[in-house]
Design a protein around this ligand. Structure first.
Ligand SMILES: Nc1ncnc2c1ncn2[C@@H]1O[C@H](COP(=O)(O)OP(=O)(O)OP(=O)(O)O)[C@@H](O)[C@H]1O
Ligand SMILES: [Mg+2]
Length: 331
């Protein structure tokens, strides 16, 4: 895949104050009358201006649940989601609606994310319409400008989604998400439904827009090669918890959590970066269990297991500056 992402030295300076600060996030789903599934537990991370944080882990481990909880769609069961210091989980509905333009999300399935009856120019301008910003002619103008930026001819603004390709629909989604100049963009598998060459174009576009606007991004993907290329830092998730978070290069070069090592090893052995997308699992049970075992969640698969691992759940702790790992016996 021809990626032209900017090497770290050319990237926008990453400011110290986080745009997004997620603390002790917990997401529970009701299943049946009495049962609850803790899909996400004790997850904390931050993202700074101009930074892309990757989020990887096997299918069902809770990545999209984190994305939805950050967006407050719906809000998490507990924990804080601070956007530029303001806790979204405690905001009154009105204030939350006013802040919505500042944090946006794009999904995997770009075609169904768009209203089939709406012309794409109107779809892109819709966030401005909802927030009542500008006159209709100004909104149209901004939508056309946004189309240019994402590489769609503004003359096509009256087309409808079914008249576009998957890649073009994804560009429309990106234009619609960025028209309000958000501070944070969440990308939940933004390219996995696209052809490989189109994937590269969209990744390059996201990277260019990040550099231009200093966007902070949470980038969820099964494609570990793309994550390595585009993300500054990467968080690894297993059964609803984070197990490691580190600079991309460090993580891929020398994983410190046994699960990270297993995950990277499994993918490199089958030599296909998209292997995880095809449903291949590393550890067997991959979704968060309804009743988590005592101790570490990875203990049954872990070659380094000792008694402590089945007694006490390891907390995330800093093992070197900027790197946190949740393991009693890190690699
Ligand atoms: N609305 C819901 N109600 C009940 N359970 C849910 C709901 N949404 C997700 N789950 C469960 O929560 C767990 C985490 O799901 P989530 O969609 O966050 O995983 P994911 O990491 O995004 O997976 P994938 O890589 O397949 O997209 C899974 O076990 C899933 O079945
Ligand atoms: Mg998902």
């Amino acid at each position: 895949m021809a990626l032209e992402t900017h090497p770290p030295s050319f990237r926008l300076r990453i400011d110290a104050a986080p745009i997004l600060d997620v603390r002790h996030l917990r997401v529970e789903y009701r299943i049946g009358r009495r049962r609850k599934l803790p899909a996400v537990s004790g997850v904390s991370f931050d993202i700074r201006r101009g930074e892309i944080l990757g989020l990887i882990g096997e299918s069902g481990c809770g990545k999209s649940s984190i994305a939805r909880a950050v967006m407050q769609l719906p809000p998490p069961t507990s924990g804080k989601v601070l956007l530029e210091g303001e806790d979204l989980t405690t905001l009154p509905q009105k204030r939350l609606l006013r802040l919505r333009p500042k944090f946006q999300i794009i999904f995997q399935d770009s075609v169904s994310a768009l209203n089939p009856r709406r012309r794409i120019g109107e779809a892109i301008a819709m966030p401005l319409h909802i927030t009542n910003s500008g006159r209709p002619s100004e909104r149209r103008q901004r939508a056309r400008e946004m189309m240019r930026q994402v590489g769609i001819d503004p003359e096509n603004d009256s087309l409808r989604p079914f008249e576009l390709s998957g890649g073009q629909c994804q560009r429309v989604q990106i234009a619609r998400a960025l028209i309000t100049h958000p501070r944070l963009l969440i990308c939940d598998e933004p390219v996995s439904s696209l052809d490989v060459s189109v994937q590269a174009q969209i990744i390059n576009l996201l990277d260019a827009l990040r550099c231009r606007y200093g966007l902070a991004m949470l980038f969820i993907s099964h494609d570990l090669a793309v994550v390595k290329n585009i993300c500054d830092r990467v968080a690894v998730m297993y059964m609803g918890r984070l197990c490691e978070i580190a600079a991309s290069e460090d993580l891929y070069h020398s994983p410190r959590h046994p699960y990270t090592a297993t995950l990277l090893d499994a993918v490199s052995r089958i030599d296909k970066p998209q292997a995880l997308a095809s449903g291949r699992t590393v550890g067997g049970i991959i979704t968060p269990p309804e009743n988590p075992p005592q101790g570490c969640r990875f203990q049954q698969e872990c070659k380094r297991k000792q008694r402590l691992c089945s007694e006490t759940e390891p907390e995330m702790k800093e093992v070197q500056p900027g790197r946190r790992v949740a393991c009693h016996y890190t690699l």
